[in-house]
Design a protein around this ligand. Structure first.
Ligand code: FE
Length: 335
């Protein structure tokens, strides 16, 4: 009697373990700094296609990183999605991500839009470019980011606060291109041309131009897209600077598999799917961004803003030079 009971117990335990493994493998937990409305349709599509359940929480990039660090090995998160290479780089630096060796990711995502150490991968591209008043500026008057510091733009330039990671990344890239001394001169010349104190967000920069507070500014393309959707007669246009030199500054939203992922393999599969032709339009179009996968076409609404040469500097620079950029902006009185 006893041996049979033992055998039954072992059998039961084996079945339970198998069952539990299977349930785990079919569920991925995602921490996302990208809004629910942008990621939920993607996750729903993935679940429909693969049966894999995705649970997610959304928060700002900073708190999510803190949470991952605090949770350490006990975290439930398998994948971190966040915006800006500066933030992705930080997450890797803080040790909450792990390297992923995937031919699919290497093929789908250009090298400069992912971590050389394979810990994070860009999934959608946004450019941070010049926006101008179509009533008071002719595009021929514009040329480069650097030239926004020239005397003709005195009291005509509007910028967003230097505290935003987007601007820290932009200045980090300027440092990589020009060296610190020259980059500081450029930032000082911008500050000297400011028509108003830096604004809290990109939309306010554009509203400032519309209100006549200034004539030119620097914004992320999708904020322009949102405003244009609300007002098709917007008296603003985008300009693609540095076309004869370094190219337009671009950045990404992206993701990495967490260091202590319980379902790393499943998370890698999701990441690969997000970079695939099938998912790239869903990912990029939801926020009026550009796909990172070169074989995927940009949404016509976004493509209508014009083609441009983008910088091919590796985005890891945005992270590596971030502290230098913050200190430089402080010295240059860019607040
Ligand atoms: Fe944004």
């Amino acid at each position: 009697m006893k041996p049979i009971r033992n055998i039954l117990t072992v059998l039961l335990l084996t079945l339970l373990t198998l069952g539990a493994t299977q349930v785990c493998a079919e569920e991925i937990v995602v921490y996302s700094a990208r809004n629910e409305q942008l990621i939920k349709p993607l996750f729903d599509a993935y679940t429909k296609e693969t049966g894999t359940k995705i649970t997610f929480i959304t928060d700002k990039a900073g708190p999510l990183l803190q949470r991952l660090k605090a949770e350490g090995k006990n975290t439930r998160a398998d994948l971190l999605i966040t915006v800006d290479a500066g933030n992705l780089w930080h997450a890797a630096r803080e040790g909450v991500l792990q390297p992923v060796d995937s031919n699919i990711l290497q093929e789908n995502i250009p090298a400069h839009l992912r971590d050389p150490g394979n810990q994070w991968f860009g999934l959608s591209l946004r450019s941070r470019t010049i926006v101008y008043s179509t009533e008071r500026v002719k595009p021929e008057e514009l040329s480069t980011y650097e030239a926004l510091g020239e005397p003709q733009w005195k009291d005509r330039l509007l910028l967003r606060t230097s505290k935003k990671v987007y601007n820290q990344s932009l200045i980090a890239m300027l440092i990589a291109e020009h060296g610190e001394v020259e980059a500081e001169k450029i930032v000082r010349s911008w500050v000297n041309n400011l028509a108003a104190k830096p604004f809290s967000n990109d939309t306010k920069v554009m509203e400032g131009i519309l209100a006549g507070q200034g004539d030119v500014g620097i914004v992320n393309t999708y904020y322009f897209g949102r405003l244009l959707k609300k007002n098709p007669d917007l008296k603003l246009a985008l300009y693609w600077p540095n076309q004869n030199s370094t190219g337009v500054h671009v950045n990404v939203s992206g993701a990495g598999v967490t260091r202590y992922a319980k379902n790393a393999q499943a998370a890698i599969k999701l990441l690969e799917w997000l970079s695939s032709e099938k998912a790239q339009n869903l990912f990029a179009d939801a926020n009026m961004e550009y796909p990172v996968n070169k074989s995927v076409k940009t949404h016509p609404y976004v493509a209508a803003w014009g083609e441009f040469k983008a910088s091919e500097q590796n985005l890891a620079n945005a992270g590596m030079l971030q502290n230098q950029a913050i200190q430089l902006m402080d010295r240059a009185d860019y607040r």
